[in-house]
Design a protein around this ligand. Structure first.
Ligand code: AMP
Ligand code: ZN
Length: 477
């Protein structure tokens, strides 16, 4: 498989540290509010990647953190903790909102068919780990204390800016977001590992540490949680593109300083979902959540298809019009599968199965080209192969795509059957159907007088008959 590695800015052959085994880390949500569908685009694409790794035979262990402390309003070290802000907004405790929004996040994931990671670790459950790694960084000379906080010293690294060609002057604009500079920092790029002092002394959650009572910085969380569960050599790390700097840059700095060698081989970054007016936001404009889409009648899996239709390394614009197109595509695909299930299935053609599967894999092996993988589904539906082969292929592809295509078709068939059964349970409907059958027989026997008589009899009872090439249906009232 070729995959784009943000670290080398190239598409590379994907090779794991240990043959057959794959360690995968994903930055989890900051649980101060509901996830917007932009956040969920990242998780959908990461889910497809994980599923494709498993489909290809890897034994994957995937770890995700839950950020419930330390993520400040700016991704740098300024501003207030997002969790604290959220708690104040809702007049609840930090832990209460963390529990609520963590549950809400996994509910959204379930609706979108995003698999739960093997390990989910809230930052607040790993404080001892953070302290251990920070102590190690101080010992090795990579961290210093200033004004009560512990900072990572970026000047100790041969190369700090690993993902981009940022210059320190850019950083001033990029990270400060109008908030004043922290004068404790020896270098502009330095970042906080542990806070004991901040402008916001009302931080609700604090822990004892060798440097005083305080709380961890956001970046150290992911490094420690990853190393705790996946060891010192990680195969692949995922996140939204906004995380590349400073978050992932800082993760690499502190992890490699701590372990003394290369830490993570591949970096997978999903580009942003935007609205027509720009960045997706939780605080301004329409707050686009899965629940909002559902309240407007959209199936969350149509949103999943909408995401899969585009490449993860291209930014994507959300509009209801674009989503409507995905709904049409989803419903059409499911309707075609309904016809396959209802018709003659035939024999499975193994050679055709392998041929179409190879096309599907070629799409995903090419830097996870999900839009071509979706085209592979359409090609199967159009192909001149048996229904059994088509159904087997679509079920196989859906292990990666997660669109529930065959289950959705089966649900339609079941609903149709249930509606028919409910109808048949009604004695009046049974009587109508019996008369329609008698009328068909009468017509067959050229007894048109009896056929007309039945039509008139039913009309008196308020039943209109509709003759179609497929047979006669009826309307009551
Ligand atoms: P957060 O909850 O803010 O920590 O973000 C959760 C994930 O969503 C991170 O991986 C972010 O990089 C990602 N993310 C944030 N905004 C967007 C967006 N508009 N489109 C795609 N991913 C995003
Ligand atoms: Zn992270």
């Amino acid at each position: 498989m070729l995959i784009y590695n943000s670290l080398t800015r190239k598409r590379e052959e994907f090779v794991t540290n240990e043959p057959g085994k794959l360690s995968m880390y994903t930055c989890g949500p900051t649980v101060y509010h509901y996830a917007h569908i932009g956040n969920l685009r990242s998780y959908i694409m990461e889910d497809v990647l994980e599923k494709y790794f498993r489909y290809s035979g890897y034994d994957v262990t995937r770890v995700m953190n839950i950020t419930d402390v330390g993520h400040l309003s700016s991704d740098g070290d300024t501003g207030e903790d997002k969790m604290l802000k959220g708690a104040r907004r809702e007049k609840k405790t930090v832990m209460e909102i963390a529990a609520h929004y963590t549950d809400a996040f996994f509910e959204d994931c379930k609706k979108l068919n995003i698999k739960k990671p093997d390990v989910i670790a809230p930052a607040t459950s790993c404080i001892d780990e953070f302290i251990k790694v920070i102590e190690g960084l101080i010992e090795k000379g990579f961290a210093y204390e200033a004004g009560g906080n512990i900072y990572f010293d970026t000047s100790k690294l041969a190369q700090y800016y690993v993902f981009n060609d940022f210059k320190e002057e850019d950083l001033e604009v990029g990270v400060r977001e109008g908030v004043e500079e922290d004068s404790n920092k020896r270098n502009k790029a330095d970042f906080v590992l542990w806070f004991t002092k901040s402008k916001f002394d009302d931080q609700e959650l604090k822990w004892d540490s060798p440097w005083g009572v305080g709380y961890p910085g956001w970046h150290i969380e992911c490094s420690c949680i990853s190393m705790k569960h996946l060891g010192e050599r990680l195969d692949i790390h995922c996140g939204g593109i906004d995380n590349a700097f400073p978050h992932h840059t800082n993760e690499i700095a502190q992890s490699e300083a701590y372990v003394g060698h290369k830490w993570c081989n591949y970096w997978f970054h999903v580009h942003h979902l935007n609205t027509n007016s720009g960045k997706m936001s939780k605080s301004s404009g329409e707050f686009l959540t899965v629940s909002l889409l559902e309240s407007k009648g959209y199936d969350p899996l149509a949103y999943r298809l909408f995401c899969l239709q585009s490449h993860y390394r291209k930014s994507l614009v959300f509009s209801y019009e674009n989503l409507d197109n995905a709904v049409v595509a989803y419903n059409k695909t499911v309707a075609r599968i309904v016809s396959l299930l209802e018709g003659e299935q035939g024999e499975l053609d193994a050679a055709a199965f392998d041929e179409y599967k190879a096309k599907f894999c070629a799409a995903l092996d090419n830097d996870l080209n999900t839009s071509l993988a979706i085209t592979a589904v359409y090609d199967v539906l159009k192909a001149k192969i048996s229904a059994a082969t088509k159904l087997a292929l679509i079920e196989d592809f859906d292990r990666v795509l997660g669109l529930d295509l065959v289950p959705a078709a089966k649900k339609i068939i079941d609903e149709k059957k249930a509606a028919e059964e409910a109808e048949n349970a009604d004695p009046f409907v049974r009587e109508i159907k019996a008369l329609i059958a008698e009328r068909a027989d009468a017509k067959k026997n050229k007894n048109y007088a009896r056929a007309d008589e039945i039509r008139n009899l039913l009309a008196e009872k308020g039943v209109t008959l509709i003759d179609t090439p497929q047979g006669t249906t009826f309307k009551i009232g």
